[in-house]
Design a protein around this ligand. Sequence first.
Ligand code: DON
Length: 331
Amino acid sequence: MVQGSANLNMELTEKWLQDYVDNWVSFFKKQTVEGEVASYIPVLAAADREALGISIIGKNGGTIKSGTIESKFTIQSISKILTFIVACMERGLSYVLNRVDVEPTGEAFNSIMHLEMTQPKKPFNPLVNSGALTISSMLEGNTSDQKLETLFILLEKIIGYRPEINVEAYESERDTSMRNRAIGYYLLEEGYLESDLGITLETYFKQCSIDVTIDDLARIGLVLSNDGLDPDTEEEIIPRKVTRLAKALMLTCGMYDASGKFAAYVGIPAKSGVSGGIMAVVPPRVREEEFPFLEGCGIGVYGPALDNQGNSMAGIKLLRHIANQWDLSLF
Ligand code: DON
């Protein structure tokens, strides 16, 4: 359904816009068979491989939703951009950037090759696991719940309710994640962890296990699109300079070793998660193109069938199509 379309800049009926997106979702849903649902975190294997949904929420109040729109799923790596924002707000940008860089690795999200191949062995960016664990370790608080409290406060401001941790997903990753333990020990040895490794891993597994919907992801994207300001009240939720850096990191690192192609062919900041979520940011437009959200919008996508880079296969194809149809690219 498309609500609040009174301000939609295009002279299009609500139904016409909705039909557009419904048709696109139906088309790309057929391609979910080419992807695989994540199973290295056992609980994720239960996801419906054919699910595909999108929620677009505009600053003008317009919304378009289609496909699998009610499902809750774990936020996974999308949480990394949020903990980065929280760390910058708690500790200051220079403190965080002294410990984690802002460079893409071109590697898988859970690789540590870049740590071993460079000096100093500083994590390249906060969106790969090595950087995210470093960020989780520096969040204020002594326990994982204390460390995540500011994240939950931030999320409640953005999505309008306090989300919950999916305990089954948390325990599933906690009990199987050898790779993150290996990365954690490496960071500990190199002096990048500021908390006990056990607390750091617990914090990270819990943040990745927060349950969200595509509406929630769209609302997060909308706040980032609105330069960190509440889209309704214009109250500052995230400082402008932190918001700017977060969007730059999403554009260059948000889709891991598919970030270059996503920037080239979609052209907007986005962050993926291994349960099939994508959170994307469409800034306000400067061109009078045929685009129904001139004042910007956030997009949430869910499609658990993943490609080889651990990103939602149909979700990326759907976003690429919409980017072409509505000229979303920043460039
Ligand atoms: O650390 C992990 O492997 C997961 N908790 C998150 C990985 C993830 O979401 C990668 N994104 N596509």
